[in-house]
Design a protein around this ligand. Structure first.
Ligand code: PLP
Length: 436
């Protein structure tokens, strides 16, 4: 099909300025390893693993083969009342990677669905153990928990909320932890642990037994990489324990090696009651999300239901889709056989050194990072976000794909990256940033 301005109109692109894109489309036509190719045949280094998805590099033949074979053997299984072995194999493989006791896995098709599923599990759990009065949810300013209705209500990013009304009442937001005192800190900042006590204030505000769950991204990714202050997650965990509140880590970006371990829960030494995940679960090759749930939550919901009916009235037609399971099983095998989480961990100090090296540029307002995830924030132009948008276009035209949010470039290379590719990435960034 010949793509012209007219034929580009029908696809309403998500989180995109459609008018701008359709005037000047920036398309990809092919990908392999660390690179994309654009429609002019130019090679583009992938600095954000697609959208934090493609941690093992693009177009892995092992994944393509597994999906192809699956689609020729068993293309679809009804997800309610019927099963297929891949779903169980994958749930076991995921449970091997999650912290101890988070051994039950509910599958869905995206990070947004994982978040909304976790909200419903939290409410179902409290109902099952006779605390249905726990109707409040706690999130944080600057949080991103996807775009479904629950995730929109949890959102702490104004543009993701303001057009959509009060989608769900009863959500309170802790203050974010992006503090000027922690600017240019590698890893966890020393300041800000006391911000966790906002949760105590909410307990005092709404009542000791009114909060169902707290949702936290261990590192807030989409908002521009906010690494938690030292001790912050531990303190949130302690308060949750004291008041019977469930703690949910949204690891849609952090999960599967981004912080150097299977999950950020392990990197930060804090075990939540649920973990939401998606993205790198299938290396981005198939849409899939999941929620890992603590044994006691699963048992309470399942054992308190009457015989003969579903215990949890929730699920998707495509929950544990056979092709997505095949992709995820193949992906987890690659992570294991190539020791990719360890490789990412080993590369991280070099990666952070290089990115923190950009701080001498006048336009750079902050650099933050942990593992293979870093944010480079630039001083705003005429209005917040304008420079960020301009920057990602400049980078693309120089051969680097990077996700930006507002005025922050979010860098998250695949774990297969070499030092030479990190050098190339920072050189292109430097070259573009120098223009300001
Ligand atoms: N939660 C977090 C922490 C995310 O970063 C994202 C996406 O970036 C989501 C949820 C939503 O995931 P999806 O876009 O797959 O719905």
């Amino acid at each position: 099909m010949q793509l012209t301005e007219a034929t580009l109109e029908q696809h309403w692109m998500p989180f995109t300025n459609n008018r701008e894109f359709k005037r000047e489309p920036r398309m990809f036509v092919r990908a392999a390893g660390m690179y994309y190719w654009n429609q002019q045949g130019g090679k583009v280094l992938d600095g954000s693993s697609g959208l934090f998805t493609t941690a093992a590099g693009h177009c892995r033949p092992e994944i393509a083969k597994a999906v192809n074979e699956q689609l020729q053997t068993l293309d679809f299984t009804p997800s309610f009342l019927r099963g297929h072995s891949g779903a169980f194999e994958l749930a076991n493989a995921v449970a091997e990677l999650t912290p101890k006791h988070l051994d039950h896995v509910f599958f869905c098709n995206s990070g947004s669905e994982a978040v909304d599923t976790a909200i419903k599990i939290a409410f179902a759990y409290h109902l099952a153990h006779k605390e249905a009065q726990r109707t409040y949810l706690i999130s944080r300013e600057r949080a991103y928990h996807g775009v479904n209705m629950g995730g929109t209500a949890l959102s702490g990013m104004v543009k993701n909320r303001e057009a959509f009304g009060a989608v769900m009442p009863g959500v309170l937001h802790l203050r974010h932890t992006l503090l000027p005192e922690n600017r240019f800190t590698r890893g966890m900042g020393e300041k800000g642990v006391e911000l966790a006590d906002d949760l105590l204030r909410f307990v005092q505000l709404v009542g000791e037994k009114r909060i169902a769950a707290v949702f936290v991204e261990p590192i807030a990714g989409s908002t521009g990489v906010i690494v938690p202050p030292r001790g912050y997650l531990q303190r949130i965990r302690e308060i949750c324990d004291r008041y019977g509140i469930l703690l949910v880590f949204d690891e849609v970006i952090c999960g599967f090696g981004r912080t150097g371990d299977s999950f950020a829960a392990s990197s930060f030494g804090v075990t939540p009651d649920m973990i939401t995940m998606a993205k790198a679960l299938t290396n981005g090759a198939q849409p899939m999300g999941a929620v890992a749930v603590r044994d006691s939550i699963y048992r309470t919901i399942v054992d308190s239901a009457p015989d003969g009916a579903p215990e949890f009235f929730h699920g998707y037609t495509y929950s544990a889709h056979p092709a997505a399971c095949a992709a995820a099983i193949a992906t987890l095998k690659i992570y294991e056989t190539e020791r990719l989480f360890a490789k990412g961990r080993e590369l991280a100090p070099y990666f952070l050194d290089e990115l923190f090296g950009l701080r001498d540029l006048p336009v750079v307002a902050d650099v933050r990072g942990f593992g293979l995830l870093a944010g480079v924030e630039i001083k705003p132009g005429a209005a917040p976000g304008l420079r960020g948008t301009e920057l990602q276009a400049k980078l693309f035209d120089r051969g680097l794909h990077v996700k930006t949010t507002g005025d922050v470039a979010i860098i998250a290379p695949a774990f297969i990256a070499t030092r030479a590719e990190i050098d190339q990435l920072t050189a292109i960034l430097r070259d573009a940033l120098k223009e300001y």
